[in-house]
Write a protein that binds this ligand. Structure first.
Ligand code: SF4
Length: 491
């Protein structure tokens, strides 16, 4: 079992990192008690939020861009098989090799085989959510192949034997002095003069990684986009580590979720405006690497593209849930989410935390069982709607959360208690007389609130609610009573 900030992180069962081992409320309660974690995540998300708002405000056509991004994604989902075969044909025509992986096991096995064929036992990696999702690093490590993360934050997470807690800033839960300690302890050749100054820490990471870049024969990347009509792959990043991985080694293996395909270069243009402002609050990202097949004497001489399903076609089949596949992994929804800001990312269990994780992870894992930790994720939200406002491709996450809650109640994933409570609520609300009686009865709860005006503990089964939330006491007068008192006719 690994730890961060002294808190144990439970092992994730099964292949891949799409679910944790405990329900969100349990993990969140532990995270909330960690004041250092809350301070680190709160400070970081507040800073990114402010910067993003300023970057977006500079764009007079931001709403039009969002609409365009959403429309392109809808078109992609409607034509996914056609676009993927077009992408495959164009990658192949330009000297690349395309592999199809149904799930994490297949994708991991393909990558392992490709690495073994080169004779290498060490690979460098560009930050990639798809490879984290399938647990590639762990898989390769178990088989004697070292996968070195080259993104600074990913390196911090890897050296700290930790788990990422944010899509874009995986070490968001760490502060500078913690990072210095990780470098001192885990780097093979730590600088004794290492301070917690950001520049000094970055220089230490740079020196460590430079040796890896120059000796690596194989690189593994994800892809932000794959352009169907040219076979071009694109990675956007901020540190230049991606550029080194994508150009120096002899062999490049890219693992891409099938939803990342876009029809044309013109479509890519829209996302290249939406993504940097939404993620790092930059007008354009510092490094955009694009490659199309292989070229004699220039860059990797072998290129493999692994197209990953891993539950995506299941998500596509759900009309109300499929827009979760529109996500471009900018992380804007995480940074505005009041739940994420307080719990951080580990509480979600999956590599996809925050609002998008709450809708994507249960769908990718086809969760229908109450005991599955992902069954609690659709409830990890206050439904405030901030995630929809921030999303550059207008994914209506709040509506999807409600949809998933309804599905959980239907399939039993919400648990017997929730299903019984919903049934009782329906019985009460079906009849005006019963509803009025229930309103009057609820007034007896006023005595439980005491002077604070909040009910903090109720007996079972209502204790399931008050264990993690307070209830305001019912008002002295119900709405109906107020209505008839203030209307002349009393009706
Ligand atoms: S759901 Fe939207 S805001 Fe959240 S990470 Fe995906 S694209 Fe960004």
């Amino acid at each position: 079992m690994t730890t961060f900030l002294g808190t144990p992180i439970p092992a994730i069962p099964g292949r891949g990192n799409l679910r944790g081992s405990e329900q969100f409320p349990v993990a969140a309660e532990r995270a909330l008690a960690n004041t250092q974690l809350r301070a680190n995540v709160g400070h970081a998300t507040r800073t990114i939020r402010g910067k993003r708002l300023r970057a977006v405000a500079e764009c007079p056509d931001w709403e039009e861009l969002r609409l365009a991004g959403s429309a392109i994604k809808e078109d992609v989902m409607a034509r996914l098989p056609e676009l993927l075969t077009q992408l495959e044909a164009n990658v192949t025509a330009r000297g690349g090799v395309v592999h199809w992986a149904r799930d994490a096991d297949e994708a991991n096995a393909i990558v392992e085989r490709l690495v073994r064929e080169t004779g290498a036992d060490e690979v460098v990696k560009v930050k990639s959510m798809a490879t984290q999702e399938i647990g590639l690093n762990e898989y390769l490590e178990e088989r004697g192949i070292a996968a070195i993360e080259t993104d600074l934050a990913e390196l911090i997470v890897q050296l700290g034997n930790d788990k990422p807690s944010h899509i874009l800033v995986p070490a968001i839960h760490r502060n500078r002095s913690e990072i210095r300690e990780i470098f001192r302890t885990a780097m093979p050749d730590p600088d004794v003069e290492l301070t917690d100054e950001p520049r000094v820490l970055a220089m230490a990471a740079r020196a460590h990684l430079r040796r890896k870049f120059l000796s690596a024969r194989v690189a593994i990347s994800g892809a932000n986009f794959g352009v169907a009509d040219t076979g071009t792959l694109a990675v956007v990043e901020s540190e230049g580590n991606g550029r080194m991985c994508l150009t120096l080694p002899q062999t490049l293996i890219t693992v891409m979720g099938i939803e990342k395909v876009v029809p044309t270069f013109t479509d890519l243009d829209v996302f290249m405006q939406l993504l940097p402002r939404s993620s790092t609050a930059e007008r354009m990202n510092p490094y955009t690497s694009m490659w199309t097949g292989v070229h004699d004497g220039d860059g990797p001489q072998e290129f493999h593209l692994v197209l990953l399903d891993n539950g995506r076609t299941n998500v596509l089949a759900d009309e109300s849930g499929r827009s979760a596949l529109h996500c471009i992994r900018c992380s804007a929804c995480l940074n505005v989410c009041p739940v994420y800001e307080r719990t951080g990312g580990h509480a979600y269990g999956s590599v996809y935390p925050g609002p998008i994780g709450a809708v994507l992870s249960p769908q990718l894992t086809a969760t229908t069982d109450h005991d599955d930790p992902n069954s609690s994720l659709p409830y990890a939200s206050s439904l405030c709607g901030a995630c929809f406002d921030a999303c550059p491709v207008r994914i209506d996450i709040p509506s999807m959360l409600v949809h998933l809650r309804a599905r959980a109640a239907e399939t039993g994933a919400a648990g017997r208690g929730t299903a019984a409570a919903m049934k009782a609520a329906r019985w009460v609300m079906d009849s005006p007389t019963r509803f009025a009686a229930a309103e009057k009865l609820s007034r007896t709860g006023r005595v439980l609130g005491g002077r604070s005006g909040r009910i903090t503990a109720l007996p079972y089964p209502a204790s399931a609610w008050t264990r993690s939330r307070d209830l305001p006491v019912p008002p002295k007068e119900t709405f109906r009573e107020w209505w008839s008192r203030t209307r002349e006719d009393g009706k």
